[in-house]
Structure formats: structure tokens, C-alpha cells
Design a binder for this molecule. Structure first.
Ligand code: ADP
Ligand code: MG
Length: 331
């Protein structure tokens, strides 16, 4: 018996919580899981990094020979065969585009580049002519997907950018992979987009903080069941010129960065890819249209608006159960 205990101590007691982190998609990732059984942190990280590198090779605009960039260079009108992840991302992107009347549009790549938020970073406002020219090659309704096979055809010289949905898709893919290994309690986060299941290391529900656009302590802490959370904000990625702040989120209908009072949008959904894309779409749509669509679709959405009196929060009915009683009274 004593010997057995001794051996158990030598081989290391089973870990109850594993935490791994690393970098991917130009940002960082964090994974926390509870009750990992036989799984070991080092081996999990090795496998996750390997899969994320391969995923980037499909979906990144920053890798010259990625599958996405090859599609971007592919001739107009010819069917191209896609990998399954790209096909799934394209399907969901189009769904979000139709749902949001084009506020979300992965064909904004020429505008993203023009405004300096693409692979080649630069500041400065482009000319109206340059914007008008770039807008000629934009439009999600000119992407055709085959119904039965993973194939895509461009009906114009489109350039696609999956940055507003790829992190969410990566989170979903990692979560599904962990579940396939028997993990039931986890948090997966890439660049602020996350998905949780089961319970936290403390043994109770996962709690996350919604970042305060003004800096400092989180504005709101929410308790989550098995769900994903994505946040878009104009305060993280932008440039300023003549006192005007230009966000990296582009309104595809004006060809210009969004310029309204919405400082942050948080969306909850079982799918992190969907939540990620919707958070970007809602940033484009602004407060009024966001709340209308969120009510119609019964989606939990939490907004932080910039006003003269400071930051004010708004939320849809479906978000109410996530608020503490204190906050519900305040609003
Ligand atoms: P955020 O966390 O602010 O939503 P994301 O990284 O999810 O940021 O998405 C922003 C990126 O998506 C931009 O850098 C750009 O590459 C791309 N993008 C910008 N505007 C749109 C849009 N209207 N629809 C889809 N993608 C967009
Ligand atoms: Mg997004």
C-alpha cells in the first residue's frame, strides 16, 4: 500500500485543472479545463497548436498561400473546391449577411486594405475615388456556394476576409475537439471570443467579465451555462486622424469605418462563430437596429454606448437572465 502511494506520488498526481495558452491568428488563446482525466497539458497544447497552425493555413489573409488567398486569386466564374472548415465558415458568413441586410460582409477585404486594417497596416484616410473604386468589387450576394459539395464560385473579382468570424470558428472547433476527448468542463478563448461548458475550476458556473471600454474594472460580470460569447469594440483596433477615430469595422454600404456611438457589443450564442460574426454586424448596425433585430430573433445582446454623460449600457430581453439583480434595477 505504501509503495503504491509512493509510486503514485512519483508519477505525479492526476491534474485537476489544466491551463494552456499560446498565440494564433495574430492574438492569444487560453484554454482552461477541469477534470482532464488522463490528458496532460503539454500534449494537449502541442496538438492544439498543430491544429491551429493548419486552420490558419486555410483561413488567414496574412498567409500568402493560404487557401483563402488562393480563392481570392482564383478566376471569376470558375467553381473552386473548398476545405470543409472554409465551406462551413462561408455558409455561416452568408447566413449572417442575409440576416443583417449586408452589415456583415466578408467581401469587404478591399476596403479593409484601403483603410489600412489588412495585412499591410497603414494610417490615413483614403480618397473618395479610391473608396468608390474599391466598392465596385464588394458584395456577398456575388458568392455562390454549391448545395451538396464544398465548392464556391465568385461572380465578380471578390476578395474575402474572414477575420470577423475566424476566431469564433476556431473556438468552436477547439471546443468540439476537447469534447471528443471526453472533456466536459472547459473554457476556450481566442482573442476575447470564448466558449464555455460545464463548470469552472471552482466547481460552479463559469463567470466572465465584459470589458469596460473606458478601461479599468469590467463593467459587467455574467454567469454562463454552455454557451459562447463574442465582443466587438471600437476601442481596441483603430487609428485617429484630426480627432476622428476610425474603427477597423467597415460599413460595407458606405465603404467607411463605422462612426456611431456604440462602444461595445456582446453577443451570446451556442456557436462562437455565429456570435463573433453577429457582434461585428451589430457594430455596423448601431444601437437601434441591433436591439430591433435582437428582439425579433430572441438573441441575448449587451451594448455599451458612448454618450455625453459617459458610457450607458443597453440590452435585449433575452440578455436579462444574465444580469445581476442590481443591474436589472438600474436600467
Ligand atoms: P471585433 O472584435 O471588433 O469584432 P473582429 O476581429 O472580430 O473584431 O473583426 C474585425 C475585422 O473584420 C476587421 O479587421 C476586418 O478584417 C473585418 N471586417 C471589417 N468590417 C467587416 C464587415 N462589415 N463584415 C465582415 N468583416 C468585416
Ligand atoms: Mg467579430
Amino acid at each position: 500500500m505504501l509503495l503504491f502511494l509512493f509510486l503514485a506520488a512519483c508519477s505525479g498526481a492526476p491534474e485537476e485543472v489544466i491551463r494552456i495558452s499560446g498565440s494564433t491568428m495574430g492574438t492569444t488563446y487560453h484554454v482552461t479545463l477541469r477534470n482532464p482525466g488522463e490528458l496532460r497539458a503539454e500534449e494537449l497544447k502541442r496538438q492544439l497548436d498543430y491544429q491551429l497552425v493548419h486552420f490558419n493555413q486555410l483561413a488567414s489573409t496574412y498567409i500568402d498561400d493560404s487557401e483563402l488567398n488562393q480563392l481570392n486569386r482564383a478566376p471569376v466564374g470558375e467553381w473552386q473546391t473548398l476545405s470543409e472548415p472554409l465551406y462551413n465558415i462561408f455558409s455561416m458568413s452568408l447566413e449572417v449577411s442575409w440576416l443583417t441586410g449586408g452589415a456583415f460582409d466578408i467581401t469587404v477585404a478591399p476596403l479593409v486594405d484601403l483603410w489600412g486594417f489588412g495585412p499591410e497596416k497603414h494610417d490615413g484616410r483614403p480618397s473618395d475615388d479610391a473608396i468608390a473604386t474599391a466598392m465596385q468589387d464588394i458584395g456577398y450576394d456575388r458568392i455562390e456556394l454549391d448545395m451538396l459539395e464544398p465548392k464556391l464560385r465568385k461572380k465578380a473579382a471578390l476578395h474575402m476576409d474572414l477575420s470577423a468570424i475566424a476566431k469564433g470558428y476556431g473556438v468552436d472547433a477547439a471546443a468540439i475537439w476537447l469534447e471528443s476527448l471526453g472533456v466536459t468542463d472547459y473554457l476556450v478563448e481566442i482573442g476575447g471570443e470564448m466558449r464555455v461548458a460545464g463548470s469552472s475550476p471552482r466547481g460552479d458556473a463559469w463567470r466572465i467579465g465584459v470589458e469596460n471600454p473606458g478601461g479599468g474594472a469590467p463593467t459587467l460580470a455574467i454567469e454562463l451555462g454552455d454557451t459562447a460569447v463574442a465582443t466587438s469594440g471600437d476601442y481596441r483596433n483603430y487609428f485617429e486622424e484630426d480627432g476622428v477615430r476610425y474603427s477597423h469595422t467597415i460599413d460595407p454600404r458606405t465603404g467607411r469605418p463605422i462612426s456611431h456611438s456604440l462602444a461595445s457589443v456582446t453577443v451570446l450564442d451556442p456557436s462562437c462563430a455565429f456570435a463573433d460574426a453577429m457582434a461585428t454586424a451589430f457594430s455596423v448596425m448601431g444601437t437601434k437596429r441591433t436591439l430591433e433585430l435582437a428582439e425579433a430573433q430572441n438573441m441575448p445582446v449587451y451594448l455599451i454606448e458612448k454618450t455625453e454623460e459617459g458610457f450607458v449600457s443597453r440590452y435585449s430581453s433575452a440578455f436579462k437572465p444574465y444580469l445581476s439583480e442590481h443591474l436589472q434595477e438600474e436600467n
